[in-house]
Design a protein around this ligand. Structure first.
Ligand SMILES: *Cc1c(COP(=O)(O)O)cnc(C)c1O
Length: 406
């Protein structure tokens, strides 16, 4: 992989017409270590957030040895990089053939359920493989009500009373049992975890079975951008969220259980940025060479303003407007699909023009993982970059970062 000091250097040297991912392995290692230090239990990286082998490799180098996986392809991705890694199969609804692969080929012994039929599947496969099912720990996923930018708690999870039944059933059959929840992604209200812990406590007390662990899921927020013309939002820092989570764990007396977290976004977001090119400026619209069917679908729900930095093409000698004037541009994606328009603008100098580049920061989570080949566009060019996106000259729409670092 070619290396550059900054994304600007990469853009000006490569003059790319395709979008380019700028990987910062040291930033990834730093953010993984930071999470590990703050969380009082096992850190299991959620592979779906970004399952690139280069990511798994850097995480293993940073001491991550446990991974939250959801499919045979994810099992294989992790084990190819790290044969000794512990895999937690945390998808509540599984194909029987995938359970077989998990138990047999990948020797996974931690799974999750939110329904009795899943328990029956696991038991059936274990028996068919002649595996002692008492060596398997099954976590029961409880439904939580959260306030995350991405509300995922509606799809999976057993209601508390149902979770009690599932735990008792698992215990009676002889499985090890655990409790887990996943409150959604980009959680900005620290109370979300406390509410989930309160539910977990209720379930534990009613179930009255020994628990092998509590898994608090993911959802920890990453830093993004905001409209530079209005007051910076003040999202809680990871330190704050973690302090509240620790307090909740103490309050509900979960502190003596083995704990697991499944962070994705908070660990990998900052490790990548994306260089895109302005294929056409049409008034206040920018047509770029990436979009919601490529790297930018995560921002499409309208909850995330991506931080953007202007990389002017030095070959453009005459520009209109005032470079100090930062204005919103509507961003249109590369495909011919009329929904391929970002819901939030990029804030850039009004001088931006056809042929310029833009560096989009903190794009590591749910970007390359969600790429499609729609219309034949599939960004797949990677370079390594030394400078973190958030160091040096502040990007135009990223005043929020300094507030978050305070
Ligand atoms: C997606 C997912 C995660 C990771 O979520 P982030 O918000 O990226 O931290 C963790 N656990 C489960 C079960 C998930 O589905």
């Amino acid at each position: 992989m070619d290396r550059y000091a900054t994304a600007r250097d990469a853009a000006l040297k490569m003059r790319p017409d395709v979008s380019v991912y700028c990987f910062r392995p040291h930033v990834l290692r730093e953010d993984a270590r930071r999470f590990k230090e703050l969380f009082p239990g096992k850190t299991a990286y959620a592979v779906k957030t970004n399952g690139e082998p280069m990511v798994i490799r850097a995480l293993v180098e940073a001491g991550i040895d446990t991974f939250d996986v959801a499919s045979p392809a994810e099992f294989a991705t992790v084990r190819d990089v790290s044969p000794d890694a512990e895999l937690l199969y945390m998808h509540p609804v599984k194909a029987q053939s995938d359970i077989r692969l998990a138990l047999e080929r990948f020797a996974i012994r931690t799974l999750v359920v939110d329904h009795e039929d899943e328990i029956a599947k696991i038991l059936r496969v274990a028996r068919a493989l002649d595996i002692d099912h008492t060596t398997i720990t099954v976590f029961v996923r409880i439904a939580t009500k959260g306030h995350a930018a991405y509300e995922l708690s509606k799809k999976f999870g057993a209601a508390p009373a149902h979770a009690v039944e599932l735990l008792q059933r698992l215990h009676n059959i002889g499985f090890g049992t655990g409790l887990c929840f996943h409150v959604g992604s980009q959680v900005e209200d620290p109370e979300t975890y406390e509410k989930a812990l309160a539910s977990a406590d209720w379930v534990r007390n009613r179930a009255g079975v020994p628990l092998a662990g509590l898994d608090v899921g993911g959802g920890f927020p990453a830093a993004y951008g905001h409209d530079p013309r209005s007051r910076a939002p003040q999202p809680p820092s990871l330190e704050e969220i973690m302090e509240r989570l620790r307090a909740g764990l103490d309050e509900w007396e979960f502190g003596d259980l083995p704990l697991v977290a499944e962070p994705g976004r908070v660990i990998v977001a900052r490790a990548f940025s994306l260089i895109v090119r302005v294929l056409l400026r049409k008034g206040k619209r920018l047509y770029i060479n990436d979009g919601i069917w490529a790297s930018l679908s995560d921002s499409w729900t309208g909850k995330i303003t991506l931080p953007a930095r202007f990389i002017p093409d030095p070959n453009i000698r005459r520009r209109n407007g005032d470079p100090e004037n930062i204005v919103p541009f509507k961003v249109c994606g590369a495909t011919c699909d009329s929904v391929d328009i970002l819901t939030r603008p990029f804030y850039l100098p009004e001088t931006v023009d056809t042929g310029d580049w833009i560096e989009i920061g903190h794009i590591g989570a749910y970007s390359m993982a969600l790429r499609t080949r729609f219309n034949g566009f599939y960004p797949d060019t990677f370079v390594e970059v030394a400078e973190p996106f958030d160091s040096g000259e502040a990007p135009e729409s990223f005043a929020s970062l300094e507030t978050m670092a305070d």
